[in-house]
Design a protein around this ligand. Sequence first.
Ligand SMILES: *[C@@H]1O[C@H](CO)[C@@H](O)[C@H](O)[C@H]1NC(C)=O
Ligand SMILES: *[C@@H]1O[C@H](CO)[C@@H](O)[C@H](O)[C@H]1NC(C)=O
Ligand SMILES: *[C@@H]1O[C@H](CO)[C@@H](O)[C@H](O)[C@H]1NC(C)=O
Length: 708
Amino acid sequence: MSGKHVTFILVVFLWHYGSSQVHPQVRLAGGWEPHSGRVEVFYNGNYGTVCDDNWSIEATHVVCKELGFRKGETFHYDGRYGPGGGEILLDNTHCNGDELSIFDCEHNPIGRHDCSHAEDIAVTCVPLPITEPPPPPKERFELRLRSKNDVEPINEGILEMNLGNNKWRTICADDWNLDAAKVACGELGFSKAYKPTKKYSNKDYRRKSMIRTGIQCIGTENLLSDCEIEELEHRKYCKSRRAVALKCETAEYGHKYSNRPNPVGTGKKNNDKKKNATQEVQSTQGNYEPEVRLKAGAYIGEGRVEVYHAGKWGTVCKTGWDLGSASVVCRQLGFGSAKEVIFDAGFGQGIGPVWLWDMYCKGNEKSILDCYHGIWNGSSCTHYDDVGVRCNVPKHDLKKNVRIVNGRWGSEGRVEVMVGNSWGYVCGDTWDMVDALVVCRQLGLGYARQALPTTYYYGSRLRGAMIMGDVHCTGKEWSLMDCPHTIRANFTCSSPTMRAGVICDVALPDVVLDVHRLREYLYLQDMPRHLLKCAAEEGCLSSVPDKYGGSRRLLRFSTVILNRGLAAFKPFLQRNDWVWHACHLHYHSMEVFSTYDLISRDGEKVAEGHKASFCLEDTECDPGHTKRFTCTTEQGISVNCKDNYKHSIDCQWIDLTGVESGNYILKIHVNPDKFVGETDYDNNEIQCELYYSGYSVSPGRCHYSYDL
Ligand SMILES: *[C@@H]1O[C@H](CO)[C@@H](O)[C@H](O)[C@H]1NC(C)=O
Ligand SMILES: *[C@@H]1O[C@H](CO)[C@@H](O)[C@H](O)[C@H]1NC(C)=O
Ligand SMILES: *[C@@H]1O[C@H](CO)[C@@H](O)[C@H](O)[C@H]1NC(C)=O
């Protein structure tokens, strides 16, 4: 019997029975984790095993619940945890699932069986205790790092703790170790900790204000205050006479890929903690596998959690989701520990499978995929159960050199930047939604609802000069100054009124295309030219001359556009600017709502994708949501509703006339120019492989562009 085995039994024992002398009636043995193993029952002073005859998932539930887990996950006939010893006590166990003890189930008289130990049953439980004891209310001590130059973000310096009322204290280094450092760095927004490279002398910190904490951390805590803090004593008891100094790893934003080390080739064992930390850092240079990402968050380090598996991005269900699992995600992405967990699609619903559920992380996993979870895509969760996280990120003084002024209210206005000692304007010539979202985020105002290239209605008085232009953000920047840009006194802008502005919002829509519906109806139709007058008028036909007999060849398909975001999707134009199309007898509220393109294998556009304008409405809504928008009155798509464009309606096609046979890609992009603000633009494009024989089309794989 291994030492691990012994420890485990002890843990279960203590967990359920404290230190009393009562033996639990059932235990799991031989497992690698506390929630799985061979079932052993206690009878007449000894433990014995249970035969697998007639064992069921109900019996598994009974054992698991008796042990304090939420329920059974599965059971194993295959002797996975080895044969047990002692007597075979139970056989032919029949449970309903609601018995309080395995002994309450029907079974042969104890000890009567026709089995051998090779038939010992083993189970795996869903590893969450039914009731978690409410955590004792703990005082939270704020942390900060102090360094000589104090330019944020500070990642190396003396650690200080706020004992309340701004009583900042340094901490005696006596009990400090890397586990505590990891927790402190996590709370400060960094994913990793190592020993400071600088030497700090007593002169560097305020020794007078030093306290001794007797701190004990495991390393997986979310906050330093969650560690065991035994004492808060005055410095004179500090043996080392040194204060804690930290060096945290500055994580680069946009670590879309995990830091999962290449499993091959790092075989060196090393017990020295300092060297281990260095190894961890080096392992980030290994092969990256895309595994987890945060989507649709307004700020850096927050969003809906999505994981990559079997070629597809999918989401995580709320069952089992907690700060511990969220912290694994945050650290994996290069942030600190988790600050807050978000349930019930708080960042809007995702698409694709709900991959993970019943998550359970120990806290030291390198990747969320190393945590325990239910069978992939095996839950009955829906995207209404999608989870998200807000991670601790390093403190930045982001509001320092950007502000918005003269708006009607605080979340909108003209953008001004500080260069040298004066505020100036940003030229609106290249200003777009991506630039705007960086500004909104940086100012803590949420998502960008609109990017205004000109802001004359925010007052025309020119107080400053145009000093910035050519801004080209990628959307990942923490601040406008991090985006590629030009700063010049009297920046030449097309007009002095082209001053960039933003409208920010905390809730925006998120339109998504339904990939299945597109593939369902995809076919060719030859139409005589004279039946396409309206379509020609709206520019839905290519400029290629008509085919013989004056007909056009149309690739028709259906598009279904869902709004999975946090607010209604409203057209870009105000109602009185809508354009009446007499031919089709409806208003167009947005000239470019989606683009349809046919792309060759070399990436060349072969069929000019016409810009489809639409008449937005709620065609269908999820149960419990009411339709609000119709094409003729108020246009839009409500949250959790969809707008269907059937394959049979005019302009719902690509004009293939004159296109040669071959392999192509059909690309559909909704809101391509980002005119309407959304929480996420990456899910707006889908692509289908398509073979065109010259007479017919056969669609291949269809997927969201980001799944490629
Ligand atoms: C399972 O139970 C049924 C009825 O209780 C019994 O007839 C059968 O023999 C049992 N199966 C085994 C493998 O013992
Ligand atoms: C996930 O499960 C659902 C329902 O069981 C199934 O329809 C779907 O095809 C699965 N998706 C993947 C990608 O496995
Ligand atoms: C900028 O242009 C204005 C007028 O167009 C001029 O008065 C001012 O001196 C210029 N400033 C600089 C720094 O060139």
